[in-house]
Write a protein that binds this ligand. Sequence first.
Ligand SMILES: Cc1ncc(COP(=O)(O)O)c(C=O)c1O
Length: 399
Amino acid sequence: MNFSKRIIAMDQSPIRKLTPYAERAKEHGKKIYHLNIGQPDILTPKSFMNAIKNTNAEILKYTSSQGIPELIDAFINFYKEYNFNFERDEILVTNGASEGLFFSAIAIADDGDEILVPEPFYTNYQGFLSATGIKTVPVPTSASTGFRLPNKETFSSYITSKTKAILLSNPSNPTGIVYTLEEMQLIADIAKENDLFILADEVYRDFVYDNIEFHSFMNMKEIEDKVILIDSLSKRFSACGCRIGAIITKNKELIAHILKLCQLRLCCPMLEQIGAVELLKTPKSYFKEVLCEYEQRRNVLYNELQKIPNIVFHKPEGAFYVIVKLPIENAEDFAIWLLNDFDINSETVMLAPAKGFYSTENSGMDEVRIAYILNEDDLKKSMYILKEGLTKYLSIKNR
Ligand SMILES: Cc1ncc(COP(=O)(O)O)c(C=O)c1O
């Protein structure tokens, strides 16, 4: 049997690739601290489950392909708090940000077209694009310069006649940076001059620390018809399993096109949409507490990382990830070794090797991505395990 070139070219998710090693380690009685995946441990607001328990629906029906009207209205009200004003025909409910990214890419680029993505990037971007025949064109950034964007001339040098869009997450998974207004203006100018869409993935919009001011591309009036906002309830409400996200754009023609894709998959799950309406009404105070908790975890992580010699990292400004450059050659080998061959009192850590967050060959080989989604005690323990593990690994390799 033959399989498509498209599917063969796709890589396994680097976040889950090491799962078989982790499962084996667990079978051998090891406890694993998962630093590899962005699954928050914060409780989902009860309003979600309550709304589902209390529904008097008797049939699980197909709902509107666009999303149930109550949910569209709930999104509109929710965005008012961010000074975004949307109309009903500017929002499509999607199965998470993932489907929103997938559908948007299909709608704005053809087979062989190119989308620019600051690198390192959320690893699934490459999967969404390659599955639809679109080429990911990385715009390299590096740990040594804190993953800041290059200047306009360098950024623009990656544009060809096939470039259709710039895709980026802000705050960034995996680097933890929050783009400055200057960086956003640079992207906005490039998009305007070259007639490109901006796929602005803002699923971590609320996770911004140190009182840094967050700027959304949606607030840049001069490019509003070019901005496609990708959003999700997954992280904000610790509701990754509810699979509700949204595509939001002032470009109504684009919405009409993407709606055709929404119609193909008929609708998002009915009960989850009912629950999501209530999630979007969650008082702001809920998120204040969540933010405090994450900022504290970020601080713990930062302090603990500083105790590890010869590594390079930057204080994350947002989201809940950091890329760490290690004094080793092959971070994947190290991550596997931690699972297979190392433990402290039968405990070890699982890291995500960062090479999967790069598409430039041989980039990120010596880096890992850490998700700081553990409570303070577990985070401290896991950073200690990482420190001791690194020392032992280096002593073995340098023998
Ligand atoms: C930057 C980014 N975009 C999109 C997603 C996917 O979100 P969803 O669960 O809404 O599909 C993730 C998940 O980790 C992410 O980190």
